[in-house]
Write a protein that binds this ligand. Structure first.
Ligand code: SF4
Ligand code: SF4
Length: 432
């Protein structure tokens, strides 16, 4: 990147800057450094949370002009929010970096090819479910066709991408005859959830590329006794927020909140870590005096991750997994939503003692479109993650985010690893 420098005063108008309060919370203690994947890979202060907070503060205080160099470091960040978990001072890093990126976007400081890619994805394709589905029709049809037998002829790099596609016929290995459900004392789980209605989010890429995960989600929710209203078919705007496109994200949030309010459902269920984190933080998109702020807060209080919804219903296990299993924490579940316990307890419940703790919650490198814009760092993080997975000896890796699932599956196939990677909804549907 060249060192183009933009005068702060020329572009900040109308774009909310990272909040002074949030930036000033940082005491520069450095306790976040070793939790930060980009600092661990690159070893540079400017690619650490502390370094990025410092740069954003300098820009805010007009001590430093916003430049392409700053844009580069803000985008090397994965927005994984591991630094928030590590920070003892409560620096709201996620909202700071998202606001910083909004400034960068307003100043057009990112490479033109990224802007074009993001514009195409975030503004043209993903907000239109029909278009997203149409685009993914070819890979979806291919995934279920006999042509897949020829995939072994592809070069290794393409074989990895091919293997990341769904395998429609592949079942999760379970053992034992299906047992009758034994409800918790005092009534069944259905009774425990009686009258609880839920709306699920089908999402953009999930419904287009991995629709079987949405069907498994609906099936598991029904088994847990939830009454389902028609799902919200569309994008939540998470990718827009991560890319600093707040206006577009606001529109999507308003559509989604209004649809939920009209439905009369009590819960809004997310089966994607990135979407869930975004939905719970919708209020950040609006000013406090805006009536949408209160509606977004009310909505956020009804958002529940699938693992939380199922764990709360205490659904009995009917079958046991017939393989060893480990769980990969998706960053936006573990760090942004602080959900770690529920997926583990659900998996331990159906693993028959074959659950292996991964002992690593570092980002796998997927991070939305990061694996496309920063493939070197993404692949290094993927390599580290797959090594940890190998060390557990588990044959099944479970995660709660479609991006992690596709990224891990591709990496495992490229390395010839004998592991399957599945979404938690698929595993629960096969065992509950
Ligand atoms: S972000 Fe938090 S952990 Fe990191 S240097 Fe600042 S105060 Fe310390
Ligand atoms: S969000 Fe992740 S990559 Fe970005 S600074 Fe924090 S820990 Fe590092």
């Amino acid at each position: 990147m060249s060192g183009e420098i933009i005068d702060v005063g020329n572009y900040l108008e109308g774009v909310a800057a990272p909040s002074a309060e949030g930036l000033n919370t940082c005491t520069h203690c450095g306790l976040c450094l070793n939790a930060c994947p980009t600092y661990r890979v690159l070893g540079r202060e400017m690619d650490s949370p502390r370094g990025r907070v410092f740069m954003m503060r300098q820009v805010r205080e007009e001590q430093m002009p916003l430049s392409e160099l700053i844009a580069e470091h803000l985008y090397i960040c994965l927005d994984c929010r591991a630094c928030e978990t590590a920070c003892p001072s409560g620096v709201p890093y996620g909202s700071l970096v998202e606001a910083g990126r909004a400034q960068v976007e307003a100043a057009r400081l990112t490479p033109a090819r990224w802007r074009a890619l993001r514009w195409l994805l975030n503004r043209v394709i993903l907000p239109r479910p029909w278009l997203t589905r149409a685009i993914f029709t070819i890979p979806r049809l291919y995934a279920g066709s006999p042509l897949r037998a020829l995939a072994r002829l592809l070069p290794p790099r393409l074989r990895g991408w091919e293997a990341a596609l769904p395998h429609p016929g592949a079942r999760i290995p379970v053992r034992g005859p299906e047992r009758a459900a034994e409800g918790p004392a005092g009534g069944s789980h259905e009774a425990a959830q009686a009258g609880k209605t839920a709306m699920a989010l089908t999402g953009c890429v999930m419904e287009a590329m991995l629709p079987h995960i949405n069907r498994a989600t609906e099936s598991v929710l029904r088994k847990a006794g939830y009454g389902l209203v028609p799902p919200h078919a569309g994008c939540c705007g998470a990718l827009n927020v991560h890319a600093g496109e707040r206006e577009e994200a606001r529109r999507m949030a308003q559509d989604l909140i209004a649809a939920f309010e009209r439905s009369g459902a009590e819960y809004f269920i997310s089966n994607s870590a990135g979407c869930g984190a975004q939905l719970k933080e919708y209020a950040h998109l609006f000013e406090q005096h805006d009536p949408w702020y209160e509606r977004a807060e009310r909505f956020a209080s009804r958002v529940v991750d699938l693992s939380q919804a199922i764990a709360a219903a205490d659904v009995p296990t009917r079958r046991t997994l017939d393989t060893s299993v480990t769980y990969q924490d998706a960053c936006h579940l573990a760090h942004a939503q602080r959900i770690r316990k529920e997926p583990r307890s659900l998996l331990k419940g159906c693993a028959g003692g074959a659950f292996r703790e991964l002992g690593d919650d570092q980002c796998c490198g997927s991070a939305g479109i990061y694996n496309l814009t920063h493939p070197e760092i993404a692949n290094e993080l993927l390599r580290q993650k797959l090594e940890k997975i190998s060390a557990t000896g588990a044959r099944l890796v479970v995660t709660g985010n479609p991006g992690c699932l596709l990224h891990l599956r591709r990496g495992a196939a490229e390395r010839g690893m004998d592991v399957d990677v599945r979404h938690i909804a698929e595993v629960l549907d096969a065992t509950l």
